[in-house]
Design a protein around this ligand. Structure first.
Ligand SMILES: [Fe+2]
Ligand SMILES: [Fe+2]
Length: 448
């Protein structure tokens, strides 16, 4: 009988692959083993290994029985994985590949045994990592998505899928255009392309989204690039948190603040009806102009507040000077001019998320430096203050004052046109004139 192996024994030893020939009944034992197998199974010599039966190495009976059943049924096993207890008492993972061969009516097993413990350990830690990531994705109460370079969705988590009323696998291959109104989807696409082309993330962007049920939600989104192993950008990953509840809460709080200010305004109006109906109108005009400029809600709120409060400083100026018919003396005029600074001093130490006090301070400044109180010029004047300036002129000139009749919208338009780009911001003047024009040369705000 000739004992042959396809793999050279010394090569197998070098590779750490255990080779064996094993005899079945009547004398069940290893008859040929290489030194790599002795090492794997924790014996010092091949002679020692030949005294131990193969079945005794199986740590689990079920695996042992399955192994021998496979061998009997198929005449071979291919990479059969099992836990072995070595003779040093260690549990190791092995893979057995062997065939049942018959020589002279006797049965033998010929094959290889490899120690795959390190591989199993790595597989286990990878599986753990995968399970951990999947668990995180499935349980995260934020919408998470992965997109390819064409902004097609590769994967989403459960929360995202619930939001659009589909199963995660039904979303694969779709784009934002399948779920959101075209204008929004376009903006999302612009953001994705920015991340793809620049490699820079977009962090904490506030988005208002129209949901399929017709309601709006407010969300905060972060998008980051995804890289392959060669550091090439292969797509984007995004996470979106629904902030609607908080946004509504915030809105209610701001509404309370605005309503409180309205009460204050009404109280002040009882004392000085002209000034405080004027501030209400200026707030409306400024807000309408800012809306035309597509400002976001927060900035709109800021300009509205600035409009409501801009002449609050007049509270410290005697009424008989404020409403004096006829020409004012230089002293009286300089007293009136103090109202911008008075209001600034009143609110400068109160924190607002927009430059409220500075906007109010600047509402009588003019681009050419002809305004007051600091004679600021051009870029020194906040854009918000430039809107207030135009709104203030429009309101003042179209309303009756104790010291003069209303000058009318035509004269107000003339004043804006003559000062366009000189005293007043040309872009804002254009918006205002356009609004007047569209409204049939009448005032475009509520006059009450
Ligand atoms: Fe003013
Ligand atoms: Fe004013």
């Amino acid at each position: 009988m000739k004992n042959t192996f396809y793999l050279n024994i010394s090569s197998a030893d070098n590779l750490g692959i255990g080779l064996f020939k094993y005899a079945f009944l009547p004398h069940e034992r290893f008859i040929i083993v290489n030194s790599a197998l002795s090492k794997i199974l924790g014996v010092t010599s091949s002679g020692e290994l030949k005294k131990v039966r193969l079945e005794n190495f199986f740590a689990n009976y079920s695996e042992r029985d399955e192994f021998f059943r496979h061998v009997r049924m198929n005449g071979k096993v291919n990479f059969f994985e099992a836990v072995f207890k070595t003779l040093t008492g260690d549990n190791i993972w092995v893979a057995i590949t062997c065939s049942l061969v018959i020589h002279d009516r006797k049965e033998y097993l010929e094959g290889i045994i490899e120690n795959i413990s390190a591989h199993k350990e790595m597989e286990g830690s990878l599986a753990l990592e995968r399970d951990f990531l999947q668990g995180l994705l499935d349980n995260l109460p934020d919408a998470m998505y992965f997109k390819d370079r064409n902004n097609r969705i590769i994967k989403v988590n459960k929360f995202y899928a619930q939001g659009v009323g589909l199963k995660p696998e039904e979303i694969v291959g779709k784009t934002d255009f399948d779920f959101f109104p075209a204008q929004q989807a376009r903006q999302m696409s612009v953001d994705d392309n920015y991340v793809l082309t620049t490699g820079k993330p977009i962090i904490g962007k506030i988005e208002r989204t129209l949901l399929p049920d017709g309601s709006w939600n407010q969300a905060i989104t972060t998008k980051i690039p995804m890289y392959d192993k060669n550091a090439k950008i292969i797509g984007t990953m995004g996470i979106t948190r629904d902030m609607t509840v908080y946004a509504n809460l915030e809105k209610e709080r701001l509404l309370m603040l605005i309503n409180t200010l309205k009460i204050l305004g009404k109280a002040l109006e009882m004392r000085d009806p002209y000034t405080f109906s004027h501030t209400r109108h200026v707030a409306s005009i400024a807000e309408i102009i800012a809306k035309e400029l597509n400002w976001d809600e927060n900035r709109l709120l800021g300009i509205r507040l600035a409009g409501e409060l801009h002449d609050l400083g007049k509270i410290s100026i005697p009424l008989d000077i404020l409403n004096k018919p006829g020409k004012l003396s230089d002293l009286e005029y300089s007293l009136i001019q103090q109202h911008a600074k008075n209001c600034y001093d009143l609110i400068k130490d109160i924190e607002f998320p927009f430059p409220l006090s500075e906007t109010i301070y600047q509402h009588h400044e003019r681009l050419d430096g002809s305004g007051y109180p600091r004679k600021l010029k051009g870029d020194e004047i906040l854009f918000e203050a430039r809107i207030l300036a135009v709104s203030d002129v429009l309101e003042s000139m179209t309303q009756h004052r104790p010291y003069r009749e209303a000058l009318g919208i035509v004269n107000a338009s003339k004043e804006l046109t003559s000062g366009r780009g000189l005293r007043y911001d040309s872009g804002i003047v254009d918006v205002a004139l356009d609004l007047i024009n569209k409204n049939g040369n009448k005032i475009f705000w509520k006059d009450n």
